[in-house]
Design a protein around this ligand. Structure first.
Ligand SMILES: [Zn+2]
Ligand SMILES: [Zn+2]
Length: 78
């Protein structure tokens, strides 16, 4: 499994090295395909659901083309 490390600067000063294992491919929350969009449903002010979704599971907003919802939030929105 490939590993990648990144050097980050901590908010309070200082730094740290963080290593991740595996490729940085986020899969769709509903299947094994790589995600292409994130759910744009606003769960709180300034905070969106952000569930990773492939094209099959993302649901476009009927009027706003750049807005996508997960199946769960599509049900409450459209
Ligand atoms: Zn999917
Ligand atoms: Zn959602």
């Amino acid at each position: 499994m490939p590993r990648r490390c990144e050097f980050i600067t901590l908010a309070g000063g200082g730094s740290a090295i963080i290593c991740h294992s595996g490729p940085r491919i986020v899969k769709c929350a509903y299947c094994n395909k790589p995600h292409s969009v994130l759910c744009d449903f606003e769960i709180a002010t300034g905070k969106t659901c952000d569930k990773p979704l492939c094209r099959d599971h993302a649901e476009h907003h009927p009027e706003k083309g750049d807005i996508d919802y997960c199946p769960e939030h599509r049900a409450v929105n459209i």
